[in-house]
Design a protein around this ligand. Structure first.
Ligand code: N01
Length: 487
């Protein structure tokens, strides 16, 4: 039977992280009453629940890494620590009363579209159904373990950074870290003064933008509390810098990109004193091709006497440590794998079966193909937040999720008002979008030759190749001619 009122439409949100919480709040505000959030873990928070490593913070300023509808006057730092961010999401979920919608320890293992509805199955066999599914499953949540011989042989504590083992003693121990992404660069300064030695196994050096992380004073926080306008001004200040400066550099504004490279090189030059070390830390690819590191702490930390930057490739892992290709055994008590995430899994391994029996594996066999990052042909009423080709490398993710939600809400309005039962993107429109993306991607920094988690299995970045204005315009209102209205 065709649904005809808001109250009848049920919404299943998968994932209780940043975007899932926003989805529940925004759909609730729109009048939806039947909303459930399925969360595989035992509490909310997504990235900020899973990552607890020492030094964890967000490399986007906190006043910008906040929901636009819920600014936080009490952020402690320009880049606040991870635990504080986790607490922020918990407090927002409480304040907007969406925690009661969350069902924890419920991993959705399959979603099948049948008779106009989605039928979800949980890992424990529970089955339920919903009219609309929002995959708020995040991007960086499945750890990527390195394929290194002997990894199982290590006798000490060894773990991925997103599974940090807090029972492993660091103080006065020999610690090794494999990888030099944003994660490792935060851990090194956080632990260097505690450990006996730290060996950082670097395959590729990073561009490091030297930026301080000052604490907000009590007076500043009081001012933010007293003046929402002041906080809004700060939000706008950082949004401008990200969206209109950095955001332009990565899509081809050479003047800004060159300036970023210049500032990073000056940072290296001024803060690393040994010429051999400087050479090892100098990248040979274009700045911001990989995610730029924001830190004024990494260079001082890596120059401490107990820090060792190892640039010889790793041969294998042994019982006592890591052996590099020159035959040296780097003896370790603890080994942290800062080797990143399977960034292209999205909602997988969940089984997704849409119309005509189309599976996600079939739909995404060639590439993770979406229409405007949000929807997939033959997957009616199924929407992804921060999906493939979302602006993950150039704009703040919360802002991105909020804009996508505003778009999705408009997109399903014909379903809500009973004009049709479901919406799905037209295949031709999706292919056109994909072609436009591929063409626009040519001039971007991500195509300049470095490897990074932005690139898919075909070596094509799954980022947003246009500027923020284009994203805002695209997300402002759906063009319904790009969609199929399914009766
Ligand atoms: O992971 P990464 P990450 N042998 O994929 C190396 C976000 N984040 O967890 O560069 C040896 O960037 C690999 O080497 P190479 C942020 O968006 C945000 O650090 O491929 N090394 C690389 O150095 C970030 O971009 C915050 O040569 C191996 C590293 O491991 C994203 O998460 C904080 C290897 C992986 O780097 C991911 O960052 C932290 C091998 N076999 C993270 N395999 C915020 O502040 C991989 N590597 C919001």
């Amino acid at each position: 039977m065709q649904k005809s009122s808001t109250h009848d439409l049920s919404v299943a949100i998968i994932g209780a992280g940043m975007s899932g919480i926003a989805a529940a709040i925004k759909f609730g505000e729109q009048g939806y009453r039947d909303i459930v959030i399925f969360e595989k873990a035992d509490r909310l928070g997504g990235t900020w629940r899973e990552n607890t490593y020492p030094g964890l913070s967000c490399d986007v300023p906190s006043h910008l890494y906040s929901y636009a509808f819920e600014p936080n006057p009490n952020w402690s730092h320009l880049f606040s620590p991870g635990a504080e961010i986790q607490a922020y999401f918990e407090s927002v979920a409480k304040k907007y009363d969406v925690e009661r919608l969350m069902r924890f320890n419920k991993e959705v293992t399959s979603a099948e579209f049948e008779n106009g509805r989605w039928h979800l199955t949980m890992h424990d066999g529970e089955r339920t159904s919903a009219d609309i599914v929002i995959a708020a499953t995040g991007i960086l949540h499945q750890p990527a373990y390195p394929d290194i011989d002997g990894i199982e042989d290590f006798a000490g504590a060894s773990f991925h950074t997103a599974r940090w083992d807090h029972s492993a003693a660091l103080d006065n121990h020999r610690v090794g870290i494999i990888g030099t992404g944003s994660t490792a660069m935060q851990i090194v300064p956080a632990i260097i003064d505690r450990v006996a030695s730290l060996s950082l196994f670097q395959r590729t050096p990073q561009w490091v933008f030297g930026i301080e992380n000052p604490a907000y004073t009590e007076a500043e926080r009081a001012e933010f509390n007293a003046s929402p306008a002041k906080m809004k001004a700060l939000y706008d200040h950082w949004a401008y810098r990200f969206n209109y400066r950095f955001g332009r550099a990565v899509i081809g504004d050479k003047v800004i990109a060159d300036r970023i490279a210049e500032l990073c090189l000056a940072n290296l030059d001024e803060n690393v004193h040994d010429s051999e070390l400087k050479k090892k830390l100098t990248p040979n690819y274009v700045a911001a091709c990989k995610r730029l590191i924001m830190s004024d702490e990494f260079y001082p930390a890596i120059q401490k006497p107990n820090a060792h930057l190892v640039t010889t490739a790793v041969e294998q892992i042994e019982k006592d440590g890591v052996r590099t290709k020159d035959g040296t055994l780097h003896k370790l008590d603890v080994l942290a794998l800062a080797t990143g995430f399977k960034a292209h899994a999205f909602m997988r391994p969940m089984r997704l079966v849409g119309r005509h029996g189309t599976t996600l594996e079939q739909a995404w066999a060639a590439t993770n193909m979406t229409h405007r990052s949000i929807s997939i042909p033959d997957m009616p009423n199924f929407f992804i937040l921060i999906g493939p080709n979302s602006p993950v490398g150039n704009f703040p993710l919360i802002l991105v999720a909020e804009r996508q939600l505003d778009y999705i809400k408009q997109l399903i309005e014909p379903v809500r008002t009973g004009q049709c039962r479901a919406v799905a993107p037209q295949r031709a429109a999706t292919e056109q979008f994909q072609q436009d993306v591929r063409e626009a991607m040519q001039g971007t920094i991500w195509m300049s030759g470095c490897s990074s988690w932005y690139l898919d299995k075909n070596g094509i970045p799954v980022t947003w190749p246009w500027d923020f204005d284009r994203f805002e315009a695209d997300m402002s209102a759906p063009d319904f001619s790009e969609y199929e209205m399914i009766a």
